[in-house]
Design a protein around this ligand. Sequence first.
Ligand code: SF4
Ligand code: SF4
Length: 376
Amino acid sequence: MIYKKFQDLELSALGMGAMRLPVGKSYEDIDEAATEKMVAYAMENGVNYYDTAWGYHDGQSEIVMGRILGKYPKDSYYLATKFPGYDLSNMDKVEEIFEKQLEKCGTEYFDFYLFHNVCEMNIDAYLDPKYGIFDYLVKQKKNGRIRHLGFSAHGSCSVMKRFLDAYGEQMEFGQIQLNWLDWTFQDARGKVELLKEYHLPVWVMEPLRGGKLASLPEEPAKVLSDLRPDEDIPAWAFRFLQSLDGVTMILSGMSDFEQMQKNVKTFETEKTLDGKEMDALLGIADAMLKKSVLPCTGCRYCTSHCPKGLDIPALLELYNEHSFTEGGFIAPMALMAVPDEKKPSACVGCRSCEAVCPQQIKISEAMADFNKRLNG
Ligand code: SF4
Ligand code: SF4
């Protein structure tokens, strides 16, 4: 296992994410025996970081992970969980939730604790002193019930910057969605740079984009296998991350024992990509995106022509994300922070924007389709 230095700790470069554990009939019905077997294998092979959250598996992940990890000496692993600010109704319950989390996980302290999912929808609330979330968590850090405080983010760079400007001094790490496709698609590159500005190490989530990068069509797969015949497609995602400065922790939400075995094997050695390999991988990402997303360049020629004052490039970026993920949660979440009169539904189909778009994007059709998808 590769280890990365974080302050005075040696963290395994691979961490086990507990959001997609093996299940029985439903998402909350975690197969505890299968999970225990995965944890045992991870422990034997040097994985020492386990990441859960209040909401994973409808609340069951913290309980099951706490129960399983509780069988191991406390100093043999690090447990991370998060404050569930992705749900605004939790904002005034930080103390109640934190105490409950300790109880659920059967522990007296958390090694790592994060503000969960800083994004457009919750940034105002996270920054609002009336909820006292930051003050409460910093106090728990002072009294030893949180050893390391950080945050995870699905929001844009500007949202992350607002968060860091306010709380950056107390943050010790930042967790972002980072993989070879999102390097440009979700501006993960910009987010890595931003974390670097604040001297924060990078924690990675979604290294395989929910499994989407675990396989590729024949042609791009051949390009990669010609370059590295011994590496399978999922391993490329990890090799990409191993090649980036600042990446300390790579979390993978594994769902079965075979995935755990494969990932552990990949992390036996660090095999960074050379320039040619990096270009090939990012070239494949480019081609995948060109095929399936609208080519908006963000030039903003269109915006002054819109009678409704819509932020067309911002909406198209969300539309691209939503259609590429076939209905992921990021776009609806970001749109919660957009007033109704600026949402895709406000488009009247006048096509004034299309007349000036150098990319000839059919914006009115995209807005109508986006609206339809958002409303089921
Ligand atoms: S088609 Fe829609 S987005 Fe384009 S200018 Fe008209 S109202 Fe605005
Ligand atoms: S004019 Fe076209 S390419 Fe430019 S921001 Fe508007 S939609 Fe995007």
